[in-house]
Write a protein that binds this ligand. Sequence first.
Ligand code: SF4
Ligand code: SF4
Length: 325
Amino acid sequence: MPTKPKIGIYWCASCGGCEETVVDLAEDILGVVEKVDIVFWPVAMDFKKHDVEALPDKSLAATLLNGAIRSSEQEEMAHMLRRKSQLLVAYGSCAHTGGIPGLSNQFSREHMLRYVYEETPTISNDQKIRPQLKFQEQGREVCLPELRHVVRALDQVVEVDYYIPGCPPTPRITQAALGAILEGKLPPKGSVLAPDIALCNECPRKDTKPTNVAFAEFKRPHQKLLDPALCFLAQGVICMGPSTRCGCEAQCTKGNMPCTGCFGGTGRVRDQGAKMLSSLCSNIEPRDEEGIDQVLAGIPDPVGTFYRYGLAKSLLRRKVDLPIS
Ligand code: SF4
Ligand code: SF4
């Protein structure tokens, strides 16, 4: 009986949502499981790191790795899974572009640790105790991974063969990618496994997208009664659709929420946030500084708005005085 291809699924700095998508394949996952041997999936099955370490290099046909790289342990696992896998796939926004965890690149490590362990209003830590990398008790030593200075996308640490975008990727796009991997019907190495066109093309509101708009104000979704059929940009609400890759079936805009950009930019976009900023800012109605400031006050969190998933891979990348890793 021919042996089945071996697959690994692993998470790094991740919320677990990407793993949920794999589970959301529901009965379709049985079709996948019949065709492969899952040899590493710590969130669902009791495999240990040494099980994978014992395998010969390149013995996994593919590993789907979700989550960004923030700690020394995640870095080590990324290198190990790269060695063991013929194909390493960055699965989901965090692995693809740094994702939500990448927003922490606006702050230093010390700033974050101080806030989390000393200043958060809901904690009480008068002695300002923080976790240590090594702790000894009763002759035993417990070690914790080191937190790196910045969050990195997977391909900023190891070579990546393919990317499956989304926060999380949809079950449909996941299944199509798994099918392509198993059948060997893959595009050129380095491709994002989703259509290379902007989301507006598959959005049901595209016919109402303004071709000539002058923004007199910006509103956030909770500040306005949103028209369920009109393009968000025509309502003065920022929608990242024009600079975002499609493939999600426009689930957010169909649900009356603007796109926040989780599929990343298309292949022609070097910096997803900058592309959106340049098109919006050239269409602000006031021409005087005070008027422009008033309009921009409607975007209180520009980094979180334009770089929600992609700061780690953007041209800005991180707070300017942080070390590179
Ligand atoms: S891409 Fe989204 S769903 Fe997946 S781990 Fe990151 S935050 Fe969670
Ligand atoms: S900007 Fe947003 S709402 Fe408008 S067509 Fe594009 S994706 Fe749809």
